[in-house]
Design a binder for this molecule. Structure first.
Ligand SMILES: *Cc1c(COP(=O)(O)O)cnc(C)c1O
Length: 414
């Protein structure tokens, strides 16, 4: 980028002044909301209701046993909601920890001033470890090589670096095999620069009705905790549960739970326990950018995937698969005027079309909802997930960065 458009707008030099609407013989539409770069906002966006997020967190806080610590998982931009904003709101609502996946995500939060404990989930490459020490990022360790290297780094820095040991109890991704946890702990006990601050494992299946594998993982976790204790080391903070485990497996809560999707107001599955009052935080919106009147026999969009059987009124929404909307055809809905408008034709990169024949009140630039609530109607994350044959986690994280995030915060405004 050479120069910010706002610099250009603010320069008094008349010769370089951009053409105004008056110059073009148009009147300025009022009021004009300016984004940071000075551009008008895009007529398609993602709304994040931070007030709702805080309320969800309070409901979870009231639901949980006292003393149970909360780690707020804000990886992948807090599942598309914004790691900084959600992380800050979580810490203000009682979370003791933040959890992230990549070094880049974690350093970016540190650079924006977040000082709270951050746990990096997953394993780190050797060259990442010095950065973790420098930025106070807590690592999950599961193999002797990283114990030795992190220990050297800690001793060199003259610090006692806290670590969490990750145990593989059946997920078979990261972690030391539960039968080898004792041996790893013995190695850790010799590492004078490190301090065992926590022990964790991760469920492969916690949100489905059948909890038998989760219970097997729990038993293996308990067994490895015993082996750790046998080495004489205090295990510190023990944590096993994600949202599904928190909701349905109270016997597996231990000292802390790691919650990602639940405080965002989305349940990990359709069968897990409900906490009354939890509401989804994200709403995806667009404005009606075009209205077409079709005659019988007219088709819509690429490939002529929809042909009107009778006169129809069609609204064009300026959002498409390039924004993360599933690339479906003649399937799904948008909400306009609090009613369901069925999708017609195929979804394009930048646009999709809906039938508004039954919503005669619909006008150009009206607000439409692609995911979320409008009036009495709601298109849930799970409904969108069905369209792409996937799960809620995938839908939340699929909304692309080019859709601006607009944060609502009633409490802060009041
Ligand atoms: C993503 C993740 C979580 C959070 O899972 P949710 O189902 O979103 O609550 C917890 N723990 C680990 C290790 C994770 O990777």
């Amino acid at each position: 980028m050479t120069r910010l458009p706002s610099d250009v707008l603010e320069r008094p030099d008349a010769t370089t002044r951009p053409l105004s609407l008056e110059d073009a013989g148009l009147r300025e539409p009022a009021p004009v909301t300016r984004t940071l770069s000075g551009l008008p906002p895009r007529p398609a966006w993602v709304e994040i209701d931070l007030g709702r997020f805080r309320r969800n967190f309070q409901l979870i806080d009231r639901d949980k046993p006292t003393g149970l610590q909360l780690l707020s998982v804000v990886k992948d931009e807090a599942y598309g909601h914004g790691a900084f904003q959600i992380g800050k709101a979580a810490l203000a609502s009682g979370a003791a920890w933040l959890g992230l996946s990549t070094l880049q995500e974690a350093v970016s939060l540190r650079e924006r001033g977040i000082r709270a404990p951050i746990l990096l989930l997953g394993d780190r490459e050797a060259e990442e470890l010095p950065w973790c020490v420098a930025h106070d990022l807590t690592c999950c360790l599961s193999e002797p090589g990283s114990i030795d290297w992190l220990n050297q780094l800690a001793l060199r820095a003259g610090r006692k670096v806290p670590v969490h040991v990750k145990i593989n109890t059946g997920m078979n991704r990261y972690g030391v095999h539960w039968k080898q946890a004792g041996a790893l702990a013995a190695r850790l006990a010799e590492a004078k620069g490190l301090r065992l601050e926590g022990v964790l494992s991760h469920f492969a299946q916690s949100d489905e009705a059948d909890k038998s594998f989760a219970r097997l993982q729990l038993a293996r976790f308990r067994e490895s905790l015993e082996a750790l204790r046998a080495t004489g080391m205090p295990t510190g903070c023990r944590h096993l549960c994600n949202s599904g485990g928190f909701l349905d497996l109270s016997e597996a809560h231990f000292d802390m739970v790691r919650l990602g999707i639940l405080p965002l107001g989305v349940y990990p599955s359709s069968v897990c326990r409900r906490i009354p009052g939890i509401q989804s935080v994200m709403t995806v919106k667009a404005r009606v950018a075009g209205i077409q009147q079709l005659e019988a026999g007219d088709s819509v969009g690429y490939g002529m995937r929809y042909t009107a059987a009778s006169p129809r009124r069609i609204a064009v929404l300026p959002i498409g698969y390039g924004d993360g909307f599933p690339r479906v055809r003649n399937q799904g809905f948008a909400l306009i005027g609090g009613r369901r408008a069925p999708l017609v034709g195929g979804v394009a990169m930048d646009a999709l079309t809906v039938d508004i024949t039954d919503i005669p009140s619909a006008r150009l630039w009206d607000e439409a909802v692609l995911m979320g609530r409008q009036g009495e109607e709601e298109i849930s994350v799970h409904e969108v997930a069905k369209l792409k044959n996937s799960v809620s986690y995938d839908v939340l994280t699929s909304w692309r960065a080019r859709l601006p995030r607009v944060y609502l915060d009633e409490e802060a405004r009041a």
